[in-house]
Design a protein around this ligand. Structure first.
Ligand code: SF4
Ligand code: FES
Length: 247
């Protein structure tokens, strides 16, 4: 391994190629950096900040930060983990995430990353936003209560499906996912259950109909092994409940 093409991640040498981000190189080497809005199949988005790492005392998003030789990257100090916990706690209170009642529980990246970071409670006051469920499409439902605004469905529909079914509207706390159709309903859009956008949601916001709870609770993807070992739901498309919708 040439030192010219390596950086250190928690004291471990990580090889990288020209154009890699820290996240790219880490994931390829089998080193886990927590993330939610990142999916290696798409251009980095840099919005959730869960992938934050320390470099020379500066916090950067590892999914957007270019790798360079000789970097000393901290991915595990207590301060950093606490920062991630705070971000996750905000995500939990901003939406309505009722894990025991969610079909994606056990195969949800938000839940799995929260477990990984040792988050024990939301800590902050719940916002309890008023959000809807769109069951207008024959094959797919959207529960906006669970959306974490990662924009993976937006990117998938735009860049892979070439349909632009989804977009984000509003700013700050008013940001929300919208369906681009005359009525604003999914059933009135060009969306199809075979679209890439139907298989990228890291949480239980975009769910297939007609196949609920196929994998029993207790034997789902992250029930079996932590996310640091098994990786994204996206890597387990044909596996189980984690895969039916999450990618
Ligand atoms: Fe991300 Fe899912 Fe929300 Fe789309 S519906 S923005 S994929 S959390
Ligand atoms: Fe890097 Fe979301 S995974 S900002």
């Amino acid at each position: 391994m040439s030192s010219k093409n390596t950086f250190m991640l928690d004291g471990v040498a990580i090889e990288f190629s020209e154009g890699d981000t820290i996240m790219d190189a880490a994931l390829r080497s089998g080193s886990y950096i927590p993330h939610l809005c990142h999916n290696p199949e798409f251009r980095p988005h840099g919005s959730c900040r869960v992938c934050v790492v320390n470099i020379n005392g500066r916090q950067v998003s590892s999914c957007t930060q270019p790798a360079s030789a000789g970097l000393e990257v901290d991915n595990s100090s207590e301060d950093l983990v606490q920062e991630r916990r705070n971000l996750l706690q905000m995500l939990f209170v901003e939406g309505n995430h009722v894990c025991p009642g969610c079909e994606k529980s056990g195969a949800c990246q938000l839940q799995a990353v929260a477990y990984y970071t040792g988050m024990l409670s939301p800590q902050y006051t719940h916002f309890f936003p008023q959000r809807s469920v769109d069951a207008s499409h024959p094959d797919t439902a959207i529960d906006f209560n669970r959306c974490i605004l990662c924009e993976l469905c937006v990117r998938a529909s735009r860049d892979v499906d070439h349909k632009d079914v989804f977009s984000i509207s509003g700013r700050g706390i008013g940001s929300h996912l919208v369906v681009n159709s005359p009525s604003g309903k999914l059933g009135d859009s060009a969306f199809a259950a075979t679209d890439k956008a139907a298989h990228v949601c890291p949480v239980g916001a975009i769910l297939p109909k007609h196949r609920g709870y196929e994998q029993p609770i207790g034997s789902r993807l992250y029930d079996r092994s932590p996310i640091s070992i098994v990786g994204d739901v996206a890597a387990h498309e044909s596996d189980d409940q984690g895969d039916t919708h999450g990618r």
